[in-house]
Design a protein around this ligand. Sequence first.
Ligand code: SF4
Ligand code: SF4
Length: 335
Amino acid sequence: MADAAAVSAREWRRPAAEGWARAAGAERVREFEGVRGAVQACSADSRNDLIDTDFGMIISIASGKGGTGKTTVATNLARSVGFDVQLLDCDVEEPNAHLFIHPSFEETEPVFIPVPKVDESQCTFCGKCAEICQFKAIAVVNETVLVFEELCHSCGGCRVVCPQGAIREGRRKLGDIQKGHHNAIECIYGRLRVGEAMSPPLIKKVRSYQNPEKLTIIDAPPGTSCPVIASMKEADFVVLVTEPTPFGLHDLKLAVGAVQALNIPCGLVVNRSDMGDNSVREYAQQKGLSILMEIPFNRKIAVAYSRGQMLVDVLPEWKDKFLGLYNQIELLAKH
Ligand code: SF4
Ligand code: SF4
C-alpha cells in the first residue's frame, strides 16, 4: 500500500508535469528540477509505488559516441525497476548487455533477408533489373547477370520488372537473435553475421519482439546513422548518455538533432560527470534538455564493468538512483 509520501507525490506529479509540458526552455528545466526534487524526496518504496507497471513504455538508450556508458545505463535501469521488463540489445554489431544480465538463453533464431536469384536459362539479358535497382546490387554484363548480395536492400523491384520471370526470391543470412530470461528481465539481442553491413533489418527483427504489455528498454548502437534511427524510432523516450568532453559534446549535438528529427522527447545522463568540462551542461541549459542523472567517475564502477558486474550489485545505493531515473523518464514521456 502507498505510504503518505507516495500519495502526496501522486497529487503533485500530474499538475507539475502538465505545467512542465506547457513551459519552454530554461523555465521548463527549472520546473522539471522541482519535479525531480520531489521524486528524489520520496523513499525507495514510495518510488516503487509511483511506477505504473501497466504502461508499456519504450525507452531507447542511445549516445552519439561509443563508450559513454549506454549499456551500463540500460542494464542497470532494467535491473532496478523491479517488475517485468524487456531488454532489447539492438547494438547488433557488438551486443554486450547479456554479459551483465547473464540470462539463460532458451532460443536462437537465424534471421534472413530476401535477395534475387537469377535463372539465366530464362533471361534475355534485357537489363531492366539493373535499370531499376537504386543500389547497384544487380548488373548485366554481356550475357551474365551479376548479383551483389551485400548491396541488395531486398526491395523486390528487380523481380517485379523482369519480363521473363527469370528472378526468384532467394535469401541471405543476416545474423541470429537470441532470447533468454534472468528473473524479471527478458533479454533479447541480435548478433550480426561477421562481414555483414546491413544491420537495420536485424534491428527491426529484434524490435518485432517488443511486448506492448511490458516496459521495453532498448540498448541502441552508438552514432546517428540508420541503425540508431531504427533503434529509436517509435520510442516513447530517448535517454542520451554522454560525457562532459569536447568529443562527447560534439556527438551529443548530432544525437540530439537525430532525436529531434524523430520528434521524441529526450533527456541526458552524464557519465564520468566529475571529469572534463562544463560544456555539456551549458549546452543542455541552452537547449532546454534535462540532465536526468549524473554518474561520477568511480574506480569501483569501472572495475565492476570490466568484470561483467552490474553497478547496482556492486554499489546497491545506485538502485534507488536508477529508480529515480525511471520515474523522471515516465513523467517526461507521459506528459
Ligand atoms: S530483367 Fe530479367 S530478363 Fe532482363 S536481364 Fe534482368 S533477369 Fe534477365
Ligand atoms: S531486390 Fe531491390 S535492391 Fe535488391 S537487387 Fe533487386 S532491385 Fe536491387
